[in-house]
Design a protein around this ligand. Structure first.
Ligand SMILES: C[S@@+](CC[C@H](N)C(=O)[O-])C[C@H]1O[C@@H](n2cnc3c(N)ncnc32)[C@H](O)[C@@H]1O
Length: 312
């Protein structure tokens, strides 16, 4: 049987946590700086889980569950006293990463028993249920399975962790991001490591307020480590700054006016990556927007000629 991810190769990351590399997507599941560190800096910290101390429920949607670091980190970091009941859904095409992770002692050592029991249940039956809540995994293409979630389900948090737009544009399309945004509860947050202009522009057009995740390390020259996108809440407006995030800089705002901001389009939610890229390249050629390399020269090259900016 051909697996959607092709062959999976184990990887060590710099904080000692384990990850995988997908042959088919030609991409690692996590930053080489650390799988655990990434889930904490880019998902747990900006989620501000303390907000849910008095809440009766936390609705959590994990898009691209993989080994499960993001959900496990959130579950582990929830307030211990009067934690909210979790109503969890997961979207993931390949069950092998979870199976592999559960067989690795260093991975299991990271999490409390309650999290591991939920993951074991997910692996065995695709769902979990205990005194702290309940969860269901929808195995298969997230584009189709998102439509299968109950229409009343409005997540407070969406953990969006697809492979990069260059390798997996299917899950960064205007349509898919719009569908995620429309599900968010008022005040709900979508978190992602992705800072691409096309993705940010789609999220903004979908009505979300954007914030930039601060670079995770001080040692690397970076301008953002991801995006926090929030569904506006009339009575509780989003602050300009919070833990691990701030407003988009002038440079980041200008990035959204360049050709890089042309969205990935997938009108029927069935197209393959190549088709989506071709469609976008055609639109970029005729869009009349500033080239992204001109923006890059203006903001990045002059300040730091060695900057290796992988700007998309
Ligand atoms: C960057 S990894 C996610 C890492 C994960 N969050 C973790 O903590 O290990 C991307 C994941 O997206 C999944 N994926 C790729 N295409 C998908 C699709 N069309 N629908 C659902 N999941 C998909 C892959 O199987 C992979 O597990």
């Amino acid at each position: 049987m051909k697996h959607p991810l092709g062959q999976l190769r184990p990887l060590d990351t710099a904080d000692g946590s384990l990850s995988l590399h997908s042959e088919q997507f030609d991409e690692a599941f996590h930053s080489s700086a650390g799988a655990l560190q990434e889930s904490q800096a880019k998902f747990v910290l900006p989620a501000e889980l303390g907000r849910f101390r008095q809440a009766s429920e936390l609705k959590l949607l994990d898009v691209c569950f993989g080994l499960g670091y993001n959900s496990a980190s959130v579950m582990h970091a929830l307030p211990q006293t009067t934690p909210p009941r979790i109503v969890w859904w997961g979207l993931e095409v390949d069950p092998r990463p979870l199976k592999w992770a559960l067989g690795q002692q260093p991975f299991c050592d990271l999490w409390p028993g309650v999290v591991l029991q939920r993951f074991e249940q997910l692996h065995r039956s695709g769902s979990w249920s205990d005194g702290g809540g309940q969860g269901t995994m929808l195995w298969g293409d997230a584009r189709q399975n998102l439509k299968a979630l109950p229409s009343s389900y409005q997540p407070d948090l969406i953990l969006m962790d697809a492979f990069s737009p260059g390798h997996c544009p299917q899950l960064w399309s205007e349509e898919f991001l719009g569908a995620l945004a429309s599900r968010l509860a008022p005040g709900g947050r979508l978190l992602t490591y992705c800072r691409a202009a096309a993705v940010r522009s789609s999220l903004r057009r979908a009505g979300l307020t954007l914030r930039s995740l601060l670079p995770a390390t001080r040692h690397r020259i970076e301008w953002s480590s991801g995006t926090l996108a929030v569904k506006p809440h009339t009575t509780d407006p989003l602050a300009m700054e919070g833990p691990g995030w701030t407003v988009l800089s002038e440079m980041e705002e200008e990035h959204l006016n360049t050709r890089a901001s042309v969205p990935y389009r997938d009108p029927e939610s069935v197209d393959e990556a190549g088709m989506i890229h071709q469609r976008r390249e055609r639109e970029q050629q005729s869009c009349g927007l500033e080239s992204t390399s001109a923006w890059q020269r203006r903001w990045l090259m002059n300040k730091n000629p060695q900057h290796d900016s992988n700007v998309t």
